[in-house]
Design a protein around this ligand. Structure first.
Ligand SMILES: NC(=O)c1ccc[n+]([C@@H]2O[C@H](COP(=O)([O-])OP(=O)(O)OC[C@H]3O[C@@H](n4cnc5c(N)ncnc54)[C@H](OP(=O)(O)O)[C@@H]3O)[C@@H](O)[C@H]2O)c1
Length: 348
């Protein structure tokens, strides 16, 4: 196949490009040249800021190829970007994959969200920046623009939490690093385990997500699809036990309940990554039946944890700031705060 990736040099797109090249596909990457310059010398690189007037058009005009079997868009956050892609690529690509997000859903209460669950809406004129409040609605508007522009050739992909090596958010990585510290330092051997042990957890190794995306390019799938894992439901207790077994067998877990954590002002998702209180844990209960039916295979969580810990030890796994993007928030509890919380929990 001949693939165009709008992005491709940071995390999900990086794994995608890596796997596509390893499989012998011809790969064109379009990006600004800011993130990880020098990656993938064997691919064609079109350097453009898709937000600069005329830049996308002239970069695509300069491409060595007149068309691609599929374009995979990892870097669209505004519907105008997707409309422009449709205008310029409409007759040059077989399939267009939009990487959207599970955050498009309007509510996570009730049963497992499937692809027909109502989505957020946004006032495009007002939503001029990507923030926590606008991200989901803007992605939903991007989805509409993809379906309008590419019709049956559009595949809208809604990933849940993407994890693994090269994750620029530092979220899941924090847990891998936390258990690595528990193994290395007896003073940090007790790990705060948040919330309900039986609460759900979903996440997908970006390498498994990339393999599935490539498969969909070959199969020319269309429509919308949630994309997360694992294949079988996972609880917070299993998540923590797997991390413990894989990275710090001698560590101890200190379960602290969610009301206490919330009363102490602990921020779910960011200060304690992955963890969500019961009221919003529907984010971790998405229906992935369609992804499984179209070939999704998830590697064991233990492998993702081990690889993430090894990558973070070698490269540093904290949040990476990207040029032109809003600053990434810090993630994870500092050791002293975590110790103080465990102490306060015991004395309550
Ligand atoms: N992380 C999660 O848990 C999660 C969950 C759900 C959905 N998602 C979605 O997954 C997608 C994947 O993101 P990723 O970072 O992993 O993808 P990626 O393709 O590895 O990295 C983003 C790429 O976009 C390029 N880029 C950024 N701004 C650009 C611009 N204005 N013009 C041209 N290129 C630009 C970057 O290169 P330069 O910086 O060099 O331009 C980089 O190559 C995103 O759409 C995100 O919303 C993520």
């Amino acid at each position: 196949m001949h693939l165009l990736i709008l992005g491709g040099t940071r995390f999900l797109g990086r794994h995608l490009a890596d796997q596509a090249l390893a499989a012998g596909h011809q790969v064109t990457l379009l990006h600004r040249g800011h993130s990880n310059p020098g990656l993938f010398p064997e691919a064609e690189h079109l350097i453009a800021d898709r937000d600069q007037s005329g830049a996308l058009a002239s970069a695509l005009q300069g491409a060595s190829s007149s068309g691609w079997d599929a374009a995979i868009d990892t870097s669209a956050y505004f519907p105008r970007q997707v409309r422009l892609a449709a205008e310029l690529l409409g007759d040059r690509v077989g399939q267009y994959q939009l990487i959207s997000s599970i955050s498009v859903y309007a509510s996570f209460e009730g049963l497992a969200i499937d692809e027909s669950t109502p989505r957020l809406t946004v006032d495009e004129a007002q939503a001029t920046a990507v923030t926590g409040a606008t991200y989901g609605g803007l992605k939903a508007a991007c989805e509409d623009a993809a379906e309008e522009g590419f019709g049956e050739r559009a595949l809208v992909v809604r990933p849940g939490l993407l994890v693994g090596p090269w994750d620029p958010t530092g979220r899941f990585t924090w847990w891998a690093e936390r258990f690595a510290r528990a193994a290395a330092d007896e003073e940090q051997a007790e790990v705060l385990a948040p919330g309900h042990p039986q609460g759900p957890v979903q996440c997908i190794d970006a390498r498994d997500a990339a393999a599935w995306l490539l498969h969909q390019a070959e199969a020319c799938t269309s429509g919308a699809c949630n994309l997360t894992g694992p294949e079988e439901p996972l609880s917070m207790a299993e998540f923590m036990a797997t991390a413990q077994r894989t990275l710090a067998p001698a560590s101890r877990l200190c379960w602290v309940d969610e009301d206490f954590l919330l009363a102490q002002g602990v921020a779910p998702w960011s200060e304690l990554p992955v963890w969500l209180p019961a009221a919003s844990s529907g984010v971790h209960r998405a229906d992935i039946g369609r992804a499984l039916a179209t070939g999704l295979q998830c590697r064991p969580l233990a492998q993702t944890l081990a690889d993430t810990a090894a990558w973070a030890a070698a490269e540093g796994g904290g949040p990476v700031q990207s040029a032109g993007a809003p600053p990434r928030p810090a993630v994870g509890l500092a050791p002293a705060r975590e110790a103080a919380l465990r102490e306060a929990w015991r004395k309550r």
